[in-house]
Design a protein around this ligand. Sequence first.
Ligand code: GLA
Length: 382
Amino acid sequence: MNAHVVDKMRSAFQRHFGSTPSFVVRAPGRVNLIGEHTDYNQGFVMPLAINRAAWVAARARDDRTVVLQSENFSKRDEFSLDRIERVQGAEVWSNYVRGVAYILQDVGHSLRGMDALVWGDVPMGAGLSSSAALEVASANAFAAISDLQISPLDLALMSQRAEIEFVGVNVGIMDQMISALGQEGHALLIDCRTLDYQAVPIPDDIAIIIADTMKGRGLVDSKYNERRRECEEGARLFGAVSLRDVTPEMFEQKQSGLPEAIMRRCRHVITENGRVLACVEALKGRNLSAVGELLRQSHISLRDDYDVSCKELDMMVDLAFEQRGIVGARMTGAGFGGCTVNLVEKEHAEVFARQLTDAYLNQTGVLPSIYVSTAEAGTQIF
Ligand code: GLA
């Protein structure tokens, strides 16, 4: 599959730029199994890299110009490394590449100009981190073209900075880190305080099925930033640096004195961190009913305490739990629309996907998109 895309990228590059690329980078999108809205609270997350990715084929230029050709939008954009500005309008996709170049230079790396062909099959706006994938792919392309030795973790951190400082969304580290560091057949338990990580095997007989509600994530950026502020306020009321430092016992003692909404935001983050660690143990011990219950509780907490679900996500999760072969389901990503993640016994996966599609269509009149994924490797250069 990857070899096929590499060939396609090479011939499209040839068509657009009249020469062969020096390399092709693949950086995957992600789905988060559990640990939602915990990364920016220095907590735990457990995402995996999916079988959809952003791709960049590149070749160095002799000048300081970056020429980008988007295969998705059939658009060309170019900028000078000496003056990187944010663009508005049709070319916003180019901001993810521009932002990464901007940050790499900001920390002192010297970059070369390049011709680059960009393509991706991570659905956009569905909450599967198409932007993080493009950032990480671009960061790797700039590093390779400029002969820079930068670790995957540092490239992920600079990609996150690009999203925060250049694109303007105050995200955590989860999406960029899993895109850079994913491992085939595994999810990654990431400690977002220390940035230590550990691969957790996905059982062979479990399929990962992503169900897109098709509900656009309209309010996501403003609500996301609002949740971040509420968590900071919560941590402040506990006298803690972040909610990571608030134990369930501390929460019990103090909760009645907290403003109601802040109390619920804190309760979500604190209990969710516990669920991530419990889920790691349950997966390792192949205790699938425990995994399923943890996913269910995570969804309920995101719905009732964190207020980031919506009726479409709730419906998709409820319908999933009615199907044969279901292990567990929950909303995934920032919320307010987008996708659910479903762990399903492989032998029932096909029927599950079909029946969930029919059931959701029946209830809502909307045809959902279903993506069956495996846990893939993080960024690769071909
Ligand atoms: C978005 C952000 C991540 C994370 C999730 C919620 O995907 O980019 O950093 O905060 O939302 O878990």
